[in-house]
Design a protein around this ligand. Structure first.
Ligand code: WTA
Length: 635
């Protein structure tokens, strides 16, 4: 019997040791006993981080949707798979059972086929959090098409970059979306994006807000009539273990977004196994992750992980503040949610509203609380623990990344004693390492360093779409023979990990990863701007907010600064999306630079954080005189 479900701490240590000593035997047992294979593997693992190349379950054949849906039909056909809660609380929730999900995914898959989509083709999905989003993801997987979901808050220009980078042939979208009291014209954004995308020959449009939109003849099709005509029988395409399942873009510190490629078998095994343990999911539980499926958290822990376990997964279309800040708690009460997984930024926003909203609702169904996306501060952790969990529901602070596919460091609830702000222990099979600046591993406890992983795990991304060299340079070059996460961490006296934050130029704002370079590129396109630099500074709710230092061309100096600020944020909204807007924009005469011409962000960061007591040695700068001026005028 494999250890699929860990129930006490001793067992965790025992299973962890086994997973490190005999990783292949360990993962083979898990894979064998808990999943449905069309053909078993020839080899469990082959790997070489110097290339880098990693293969899990090579030779195996499967379809992930048979694991997520078909195999549950006999025992859980009438169980709710997806519980859709609409933006508007007056609209009825929709319970989609496993049988209905099967039917809807098969129909959708047949529509994709009828539009000429084949195994290996890329399909871009740009949808709000409506059932069609989960269904289209699964429909792609059913026929072996590679889905690339783009979060529906990105701008048309960001969408076009992503469509073109992976050469998508189809886009799936809706007429629009609801977001609190607002509606957003998604189809209009897609139309703008497609002006720059030659490869897309078909657009499927789901009806959500019933707005008048333009449909381009020959290219655009309403989804519903096609679904009505489609057969609900669709044999699952048989995929190889290492066939790509999806691409998901994440921001890098430089350059264009990176299309992380996840493959089939390892991703499935790891997301399912982590879901079961990190949330201690039991058969009758209702699980709710508030993320958007446009991010990795939604892929792994709304869709694939939960469905592989036959779980009931809540999918929420709206926002925590609509119609008021009690919405999350109203949903918890209404659907008797047992596991609740959200982001620190949401917790802080809710905490700011006080406990009145909480007190109006019965939250006794809650058993496990989760957090993800950025370090959780101590105050938010305690607020969550005291008021939401009433000190009875353990908090799982789960550290992981788009690149890791699944949760890497996290408590197992009722198993691992928690500690505020600590992600605690590595999950089964995960071998973290802390590295010093000279590239040496720091052993022992009570140390801090750069967080790496020194052994492959099943759900790691295998490459960056179209750019394997960049994959190697970004993740496998900083430290020999190790995957570098880009995060810093410390390890306490008992071996618990606390993630301290990014050590590169990625800034996490409200849980969204933003690279500084693309934002600076957008600003620099303004005709009055000569140069710019972005840094993060602490923000009560968003965790970090963005601070921009902008130098103007001579022609721009006479312009009204408030108008310029608006125009700059408008440019950022158009090129990336509203999530990347700057909170503060300071116009400066110049930017501090090293003699080789590199902007000294370290100094700018300190000024933005109002921490100027120790700026370090500025005498080696090319232009040390500039620093005092920036400090004097800081916002
Ligand atoms: C950060 C989200 C501290 C971290 C699943 C990581 C965290 C980046 C935590 C990945 C956590 C995520 N504690 N920091 N529990 N979870 N992060 O790709 O910096 O959107 O590298 O994946 O978020 O963000 P991504």
């Amino acid at each position: 019997m494999s250890n699929y479900h860990i129930k006490h701490l001793e067992e965790y240590y025992q299973v962890y040791r086994k997973s490190i000593r005999e990783p292949e035997n360990f993962w083979e047992e898990i894979a064998e006993e808990h999943f449905m294979w069309r053909k078993k593997w020839d080899k469990v693992l082959s790997w070489d981080f110097s290339k880098p190349e990693v293969k899990w379950f090579e030779g195996a054949q499967l379809n992930i949707t048979e694991n997520c849906i078909d195999r549950h039909l006999a025992t859980r056909g009438d169980k709710t798979a997806i519980l859709f809660e609409p933006n508007n609380p007056d609209e009825e929730a929709e319970h989609i059972t496993y049988s209905q999900l099967h039917q809807r995914v098969c129909k959708f898959a047949n529509v994709l086929k009828s539009q000429g989509v084949k195994k290996g083709d890329r399909v871009c999905i740009y949808l709000p959090m409506i059932p069609e989003l989960a269904i289209s993801v699964l429909a792609c997987a059913r026929i072996g098409a590679i889905h690339s979901v783009v979060f529906a808050g990105f701008s048309s220009s960001a969408l076009a970059t992503r469509i073109n980078d992976s050469d998508c042939k189809m886009v799936i979208t809706s007429d629009g979306s609801y977001r609190g009291s607002k509606t957003i014209d998604l189809k209009g954004i897609v139309d703008d994006a497609l002006e720059d995308c030659q490869g897309v020959n078909s657009v499927l449009v789901a009806k959500r807000i019933h707005s008048e939109i333009e449909m381009k003849a020959g290219r655009d099709h309403w989804l519903q009539p096609l679904l009505d005509d489609a057969s609900d029988v669709c044999k699952a395409e048989i995929m190889n273990a290492e066939d790509p399942l999806f691409i998901l873009y994440t921001s890098g510190s430089t350059g264009k977004p990176k299309g992380m490629v996840h493959t089939t078998a390892g991703y499935m095994v790891y997301t399912a196994y982590t879901f079961k343990n990190v949330f201690q999911y039991r058969e009758k539980d209702v699980y709710w992750c508030t993320a958007d499926i446009g991010w990795i958290t939604g892929h792994s822990y709304i869709v694939y992980g939960p469905l592989c376990n036959g779980a009931t997964s809540v999918m929420f279309e709206g926002v925590p503040s609509y119609p008021d800040f009690g919405r999350f708690w109203e949903i918890v009460e209404k659907h008797k949610v047992n596991q609740f997984y959200t982001a620190p930024t949401a917790i802080r926003a809710l905490a700011k509203e006080g406990v009145d909203h909480l007190e109006k609702h019965d939250l006794t169904s809650l058993k496990v609380l989760g957090t993800v996306g950025e370090p959780i501060n101590e105050e938010a952790w305690h607020w969550y623990d005291d008021n939401v969990g009433k000190k009875k529901s353990p908090i799982v602070d789960t550290w992981w990344q788009t690149e890791t596919g699944g949760i890497m460091i996290s408590p197992i609830p009722f198993v691992t004693p928690t500690k505020p702000t600590y992600a605690t222990l590595p999950f089964i099979g995960i071998q973290p390492a802390l590295m010093d600046e000279n590239g040496q591993e720091i052993k022992g406890n009570q140390v801090d360093g750069r967080l790496c992983v020194k052994f492959p795990w099943p759900s790691m991304a295998r490459t960056i779409w179209g750019n394997h060299q960049r994959y190697k340079d970004t993740y496998f070059s900083a430290f020999e023979n190790k995957y570098f996460t880009g995060d810093g961490a410390l390890r306490d006296e008992v071996g618990y990990y606390r993630i301290t934050g990014r050590v590169d130029d990625v800034i996490i704002v409200s849980g969204h990863n933003l690279g500084t370079a693309p934002i600076e590129d957008a600003i620099n396109e303004h005709p009055a701007v000569a140069e710019s630099a972005i840094v993060g500074f602490p923000h009560d709710i968003k965790g970090n907010a963005l601070y921009g230092y902008v130098t103007l061309k001579e022609t721009g100096e006479s312009r009204d600064q408030n108008n310029l600020r608006k125009e700059i944020n408008q440019l950022i909204t158009e090129q990336i999306g509203p999530i990347a807007k700057l909170d503060k924009i300071q116009f400066t005469a110049g930017l501090p630079k090293t003699r080789s011409g590199k902007i000294m962000r370290r100094i700018l960061r300190k000024i933005a954080c109002k921490d100027t007591s120790n700026l370090g040695d500025t005498s080696t700068l090319l232009n040390p005189e500039i620093v005092q001026g920036i400090m004097d005028e800081a916002l």
